[in-house]
Design a binder for this molecule. Structure first.
Ligand code: NDP
Ligand SMILES: O=C(O)C(=O)[C@@H](O)[C@H](O)C(=O)CO
Length: 277
């Protein structure tokens, strides 16, 4: 199965869907990541704070796919905000991964109270110049925080990875992204451990109309919003199911109906107040 891709604002390309790896750990994690790559995934999402960059690297090397076909994302934790510590942090992540570069490096959370995210962004610009990452972006940034990066550095993030799912469709943020050439990426696209979209009548009905599962209908919804979902699964069958979302198309009415399920965040992940170090 060929995964479509998008061109980012820096001219590189990103696969239209990827594998989230939060809590895929140890030898079981390595095996599920390797299996996912062999079943067609080309984007792997991790973070220094997931404590599994080594497992992602092992999964890559155990797979039958060459490294240069893969798109690896990792993220800078809050405790490493600041220019010099950000430079060192990616070097630490690359050591954990056993790679000489990643395709995308993200600031994991903005931490506005710490107020070092602009300097941290300047470090990511330098890291891209050095070739340690192909693209740079952010995660959990608001339009105000994105605008500040653009105004103070002149460099627009290629990606903003944010909470996005049927209960939280992020319409206004996605409009800001579209106006500024920022690719949206959806974390917890299936509601994670906090929501179960597989029994929501609207989603069940849309899925039945297309002969697919509710999770596939939700992931197709993300795809047609123009976002890049990164569903996490350690199960081989569900990994394949999640990847098989390019053989059908939702109608505008179905997209609108799923987006109308908006009710709020899964937990208190408000970027203006939530802090992870
Ligand atoms: N930047 C950030 O701040 C954040 C980033 N993330 C990233 O986003 C990724 C995805 O988000 P995450 O919170 O993990 O949760 P998801 O929304 O991807 O949901 C994962 C859960 O859904 C289950 N699942 C997966 N596929 C299916 C399916 N087809 N049918 C039924 N259940 C299914 C999984 O179980 P099983 O594994 O058993 O299949 C798991 O319990 C993370 O792994 C991480 O990489 C997440 C949160 C914050
Ligand atoms: O998964 C991530 O990238 C995170 O930031 C997690 O810590 C996330 O905040 C979460 O899953 C909390 O329950």
């Amino acid at each position: 199965m060929t995964i479509p891709s998008h061109t980012l604002n820096d001219g590189t390309t990103i696969p239209a869907i990827g594998l989230g790896t939060y809590n895929l750990l140890g030898s079981e994690g390595d095996a599920s990541i390797s299996r996912a790559i062999d079943s067609g995934y080309r984007l792997l999402d991790t973070a220094l704070n997931y404590k599994n960059e080594g497992d992602v690297g092992e999964g890559i090397r155990a797979s039958s796919v060459s490294r240069d076909e893969l798109f690896v994302t990792t993220k800078l934790p809050g405790r490493h905000h600041g220019y010099d510590s950000a430079i060192a942090s990616l070097e630490e992540s690359l050591g954990n991964l056993g790679l000489d570069h990643v395709e995308l490096y993200l600031i994991h959370w903005p931490l506005p109270k710490v107020d070092k995210y602009v300097d941290t962004w300047r470090a990511l610009i330098e890291l891209r110049e050095r070739g340690l990452t192909r693209s740079i972006g952010v995660s959990n940034f608001t339009p105000t925080q994105l605008q500040r990066l653009i105004d103070e550095t002149g460099v627009t993030p290629a990606v903003n990875q944010v909470e996005l799912h049927p209960n939280f469709p992020q319409g206004e943020l996605r409009e800001f992204h579209a106006a500024h050439g920022i690719r949206t990426q959806s974390w917890s696209p299936l509601g994670s451990r906090h929501a179960d979209f597989t029994t929501v009548p609207t989603i069940v009905d849309v899925a039945a109309a297309h002969g697919v599962t509710p999770s596939q209908a939700v992931l197709r919804w993300h795809i047609q919003l123009g976002s890049v979902p990164i569903p996490r699964s350690g199960d081989a069958g569900r990994q394949r199911e999640n990847l098989d979302v390019f053989g059908f198309e939702l109608t505008d009415a179905e997209i609108t109906a799923i987006s109308a399920l908006e009710s709020g965040r899964l937990w208190d992940g408000d970027p203006d107040t939530h802090e992870e170090f």
